[in-house]
Design a protein around this ligand. Sequence first.
Ligand SMILES: [Mn+2]
Length: 239
Amino acid sequence: MEASFPCVILESAHLSLNPPPRGRVLVVGDVHGCRTELERLLAAANLTDDDRLIFVGDLVNNGPDSAGVVRIARERGALATVGNHELRLLRAKEQRQTSDLKRADYATIRALAPDDWNYLATMALTIEIPAWETLIVHGGFLPDIPWKKQSAATVTEVQVLDRRGRPQKRTLCPEGTPWADLWEGPPFVVYGHTPMREVARYSHALGIDTGCVYGGHLTGVLLPDRRLVQVPAARRYRG
Ligand SMILES: [Mn+2]
């Protein structure tokens, strides 16, 4: 890990697309290295030069080609919110310590080129499109705190809230309430991170992680119309 890595100040990285893009925005759910499925999704969405591509984060890890996915994001000029996987990689690199790393991280660290790391460092905590009252985030939000004030750990990791309203992983708190169920909006939130068999539809939120890496689907949503674009996983990459 080189010492010259740019410092990431994610806690303040809230991006606003104002004015909105002239065309549409395709928001893509958790890709996790599924490059083939991403290429198929992009072909199906048929974006024009006026359209914009945004990822909800977790582009990397567990799937077959993390570096290929980041390269596509770079080459397409895509924006992205940071996922818990990128946040862990960035923090490890920035602080030059490996104690938080998980097994899948090592293959990704070996595969990413310097330009890929620079791309990860540009990922925002949130991306807002004010004209469409829409907000993009990897994990989600707590209901009672202004969204801009919530920590990087919360917004990249929350799945459910426990009985005391604390953010938890779904597997550790199966009786918890999905955060999106408590989100009253506006803004309308498009998020990933909680893999579901089907797209998760709430009155003020849409969850688009349909578990591609687990053999589900890769999902995108076209804004502002919220039309879904989906491709099936070519195979199950992780159990
Ligand atoms: Mn995630």
